[in-house]
Design a protein around this ligand. Sequence first.
Ligand code: AKG
Ligand code: FE2
Length: 286
Amino acid sequence: MTNGIATITDSALADFSSKGYTVLPQFYDAASDIAPIQEGIRQILELTCRKYGVDAPTGTAVEAMSLAYPRLIAKNRAWGGEIYDAVKQIPAFMRLVTGARNDETFTALRPGSIPGIAAGGYGMRIDNPGEEKFRAQWHQEFPSQLRSVDGIVFWTPLLPVTADMGPVQIAEGSHAEGLVPVYEDDAGAGKTGAYALHLDRAEERLARYKIVAPLTIPGDLVLMDFLTLHQSGHNVSMTPRWSIQFRYFNFAEPVGIRIGWKGSFAAGVKFADVLPELVARREDAA
Ligand SMILES: O=C(O)CCC(=O)C(=O)O
Ligand SMILES: [Fe+2]
């Protein structure tokens, strides 16, 4: 342990700095930290199924997330958006996001930093089988979140993630690329905002790194550097992949100070207006 704070081991610190990510098994307590969030989701799904007259099992959180949610969106995809917006307002979720251990961990990974929680940078993903529109393709977190270059993504699952559920793919060590320019293209899938951003010369860059896709269970925490290349896998299972993500950043980082810690898409800001140097010229983009 470092500095007597029991949040992260020296080997995890070294891992994070060389690979641009690390997995902390059971960082959170599945029963006391995660189960109350799952129960909040269950209650919201129960209320929503009742409201729309959808007959689906919501007796347990696992049933609600894995059976009721797909049944609901099979009737009307927009009802899924209602759930997506609702669940991030569950008090137990906000308690997880704001827990002191998160800022202690951030400070251990970014010595001398002043941690901030990226506004609009916290929520839950529901990665549905076969759905491309909201799949996050290869990206660095910085252009879609801004705030500070040395931010860190906190990612933790709400259901056990199996290989066929398309776990997040991470290009190990790819934070070494530094800031990669991006261009916009909807990829023919109606993608908008951060989902429409493409990395400049993605294939050429990705070829340099090993791709890993850690399998995790509730309680496990994946931490990713804001510069690490990562993407959503393809969910080819029958079950939506439910997960939590939030971002911490560093108020003391010079670029963050220069841009006034501005946010990106979720804050209604066009990143190109904040950091024009990050925009790739289309003809350069392979
Ligand atoms: O969960 C995913 O599929 C993508 C996650 C991601 O890009 C993030 O948490 O920043
Ligand atoms: Fe991301």
